[in-house]
Design a protein. Structure first.
Length: 578
């Protein structure tokens, strides 16, 4: 909450006219808050002009002094060019569409203590703007288009340096080098400094003189060099340090601060082992992801009693995951893309309650092995679980936490059948990978599909299919042999009826194939020529259709029947367990 000190300058007609002049520059007021209420008809007489216009939306008056002490027009989506405003202590024009250069003549606002114009489209040279400010305690110019470099001349910030406590210039177009040590030392009252999401480069100077600094955010810039040791020590009682997304290098030898609550060193070029922390730590959030840390994690984590979020992903850390990690009251744990091995050192079900706050667990892309712990089901609040790309074996747990929304166990060596309780998750939660893990009813699952039947070794469904195919092929072969035998018998009868005449080449051909019949048929009239006037090709085609998709098994039987029609039919040697 910002406390506004009443102005000693009484409201007069000049102030009201200045507000009405400011209103003229407003081109769009989509919420209808300013243009309808900032109305000259509300002050009908000249004497009324000497009263503070309390009916003006966003105008804050002090009853005792009858003075305008603040104008707050944030979040109205206004569009206009800012004019010069006088005798204000608090000016909030944030979250609008103001464009153009920064407010000219701002140096004349001697009473101004709070300036908040974040989330607009203002532009200007930040160095010149610094020279305009006087006696301001809170400045938020973030999410605009200010450019230029930070002031390097200490004379430009001498007045501002004495009073400024909160300075947010993040998400602009600032470049050049960081503040020099001499210039930085002028900001003795600075508590919060946020220069994140700019293009500021160079190395950081010493911060040893800023004893009041509590929050330092320099994320996503072009800073490099080593991290100043005093930022991690007890000399400066920082609560939040964010240096992520830069080019800091070297190793972090030790972190002795007992006041740090949020530490983010992710996405840099840090090397060496995991840093040693003080025996007492107030950390709630620790992020050192996307660096080149090596070695193993310490076994002792007792000093991190308040730690809630840990992200050490994308490093070269190895060894076993310390069991003590799972004794912390964590909310988010991300150790993915490292080289950790061994089993997940989950506590027994009797103590798993310590992980009651855990919402996200990501151990993907390591070399973890063993079984996925059944005790996961006891973490009621778990919403996201990623164990993909490891070496887990065995069956999936029968149940997982009821609030789980995201699950990924792909690229492991899991086997068996996905439990009924987990089939609400999409197949992409289990495959690809896990070639021995089956999802009943899923055609894309290895061995899955509608014909899959769960059983011993999980292969009964496929064995049943093989058995059916062999039976169908055998029946088809028997029918083929019967047709061939019938045709042969017909030729025998036809040849005998004509043998009484002179011997011809055709008769000789018929006699040449006279051999004992495969089957005995009842005596009866000779079939007509048309009843058996179909070719062997027709036989093969007809038989193939009766096999319903098993045609690839027929040729072997057909060849044997045609080449040796006198051979007795032998039952295929089927496995005993079919």
């Amino acid at each position: 909450m910002i406390i506004i000190t009443p102005s000693l300058v009484f409201c007069n007609s000049d102030e009201v006219r200045a507000l009405l002049e400011f209103k003229k520059g407003i081109h769009e007021d989509p919420l209808g808050k300013v243009i309808p209420t900032w109305n000259a008809t509300a002050v009908a007489t000249a004497s009324d002009l000497d009263s503070c216009p309390t009916s003006f939306h966003g105008v804050v008056c002090d009853d005792a002094s009858n003075s305008v002490v603040a104008i707050s027009l944030n979040g109205l989506n206004l569009s206009e060019r800012i004019h010069d405003l006088w005798n204000l202590q608090h000016l909030n024009l944030s979250n609008n569409r103001f464009s153009g250069g920064y407010p000219t003549g701002i140096r004349n606002l001697q009473q101004l203590r709070v300036l908040d114009v974040h989330a607009n489209e203002l532009w200007g040279d930040i160095g010149v703007f610094f020279s305009e400010l006087r006696n301001v305690e809170f400045v938020d110019l973030s999410m605009n288009k200010f450019s230029g470099g930070l002031p390097v001349d200490s004379s430009n910030v001498s007045s501002l340096g004495n009073t400024i406590r909160h300075m947010n210039l993040s998400s602009n177009l600032l470049g050049g080098k960081f503040l020099t040590a001499d210039t930085l030392s002028l900001f003795q009252s600075l508590v919060v400094l946020d220069l994140g999401d700019n293009m500021i480069g160079g190395e950081l100077p010493s911060f040893g003189s800023l004893y009041n600094l509590r929050v330092l955010r320099l994320r996503n810039n072009q800073l490099y060099g080593e991290v100043p040791g005093e930022l991690l020590a007890t000399l400066i009682q920082l609560k939040e340090l964010d240096l992520s997304g830069n080019g800091f290098s070297g190793s972090i030898r030790g972190i002795n601060s007992t006041t740090l609550e949020i530490l983010d060193l992710s996405s840099n070029r840090l090397t060496g082992s995991f840093p040693e922390f003080s025996s007492q730590s107030g950390l709630t959030t620790l992020r050192i992801s996307n660096n080149s840390l090596e070695g193993s994690l310490p076994s002792e984590w007792r000093q991190f009693a308040k730690l809630s979020k840990i992200d050490l992903s994308i490093n070269n850390l190895a060894g076993r995951i310390p069991p003590a990690l799972f004794s912390l009251n964590l909310r988010d744990l991300n150790l993915s893309k490292n080289h950790f091995n061994g089993a997940i050192p989950f506590p027994e079900s009797t103590t798993v309650g310590l992980l009651g706050r855990l919402r996200s667990l990501n151990l993907a892309k390591n070399s973890l092995s063993g079984h996925i712990p059944n005790s996961l089901v006891n973490i009621d609040g778990l919403e996201s679980l990623d164990l993909s790309s490891n070496q887990f074996k065995g069956h999936l747990p029968g149940k997982l936490p009821p609030n789980l929304k995201l699950l990924n166990v792909t690229y492991n060596d899991l086997s068996g059948t996905v439990p009924e309780s987990l089939r609400s998750f999409p197949p992409s939660s289990f495959h690809p990978g896990n070639e021995k893990l089956y999802i009943p009813g899923d055609e894309g699952s290895p061995g899955g599909g509608s014909n899959y039947v769960s059983g011993k070794n999980g292969h009964r469904g496929s064995k049943s299919s093989i058995k059916i195919a062999i039976i169908l092929a055998s029946v088809g072969a028997a029918l083929m042999i019967a047709f061939v035998a019938l045709a042969y018998y017909r030729s025998q009868l036809h040849g005998s009826s004509k043998y009484n005449g002179a011997t011809t080449g055709r008769d000789v051909k018929v006699r040449r194939f006279t051999r004992p019949s495969l089957f005995k048929f009842n005596a009866g009239p000779e079939p007509s020529d048309t009843s058996l006037s179909f070719s062997n090709t027709h036989l093969l085609t007809s038989n193939s259709r009766t096999l319903s998709g098993q045609a690839e098994l027929v040729p072997d039987f057909v060849d044997r029947a045609a080449a040796a029609s006198s051979t007795s039919y032998v039952k295929p040697n089927l496995p005993d367990n079919l």
